[in-house]
Design a protein around this ligand. Structure first.
Ligand code: PGA
Length: 251
């Protein structure tokens, strides 16, 4: 029997918080999560660029990884407003979200740009957390499987070594809506993703963490995590409050 990979509880702060908010968040969050066992659960927070250094300093030696929410695939150049992997590494940041549905929806990210970002992250040794998921219209049209397959295959095109990679399945209709996929609906798609990962990477596919995201809260996280192929959560709204996010991490 395959043992489940280490759980990841990841927060996505999106475009929220100031430096003062970050200080007070961690002042509360760190003591509330001191019993979270780092060998079983990895905690991570994806913060806005301007707060990465503050968050990193505020976390200190606590078991909480700080990640970016996006990164550019080029090493440097005339890309006004963008941030490179080297710039993240310069701040001691070694993980980033990629292809979040809001980036796809509002900032024209495609499977091709997600793929370029993923390849660049793997090449430079920073952990990519790749987000995929169908819209409500796609689900209602029975296209969930094809959409998720296309997005995953697109993101992973040309990837050979997938040891350090996390996938987040986030149905767009569940993000910020309070509508969570049922445990069974989520597991069904996670099983599909697991199959595709094993098809591409063989046994390594079993060790790749697949997070569920979309209105995860302290009262629904345990049921989701009990599913076979759900290895953690990507949490938006409920990660903004220290006590609620700590409850999720402790679950
Ligand atoms: P939500 O967001 O938890 O607020 O639904 C999840 C996400 O967008 O990552």
């Amino acid at each position: 029997m395959m043992t489940k990979p280490r759980t990841m509880i990841a927060g996505n702060w999106k475009m929220h918080k100031t430096a003062a908010d970050v200080e007070s968040f961690f002042k509360d969050f760190i003591p509330l999560t001191k019993h979270v066992n780092p060998t079983k659960t990895e905690m991570l927070i994806a913060a806005p660029y301007t707060l990465l250094a503050t968050a990193k300093a505020a976390v200190g030696k606590a078991n909480i990884r700080i990640a970016a929410q996006n990164v550019h695939f080029e090493a440097q150049g005339a890309f006004t407003g963008e941030i490179s992997i080297a710039m993240l590494k310069d701040l001691g940041i070694n993980a980033t979200l990629i292809g979040h549905s809001e980036r796809r929806q509002y900032f024209a990210e495609t499977d091709q740009t997600v793929n370029k970002k993923l390849l660049a992250c793997l090449q430079h040794g920073i952990l990519p957390i790749v987000c995929i998921g169908e819209t409500r219209a796609e689900r209602e049209a029975g296209k969930t499987g094809t959409v998720v397959t296309t997005q995953l295959r697109g993101a992973l095109a040309g990837v050979k070594d997938a040891k350090d990679l996390v996938i987040a399945y986030e149905p767009v209709w569940a993000i910020g809506t309070g509508l969570t996929a049922t445990n069974a609906q989520a597991q069904e798609v996670h099983a599909l993703i697991r199959g595709l990962l094993k098809e591409q990477f063989g046994a390594v596919g079993d060790s790749i963490r697949i997070l569920y995201g979309g209105s995860v809260k302290s009262d629904n996280v345990a049921g989701l995590l009990a599913e076979k192929d759900i290895n953690g959560g990507l949490v938006g709204g409920a990660s903004l409050k220290a006590d609620e996010f700590a409850k999720i991490a402790n679950a």
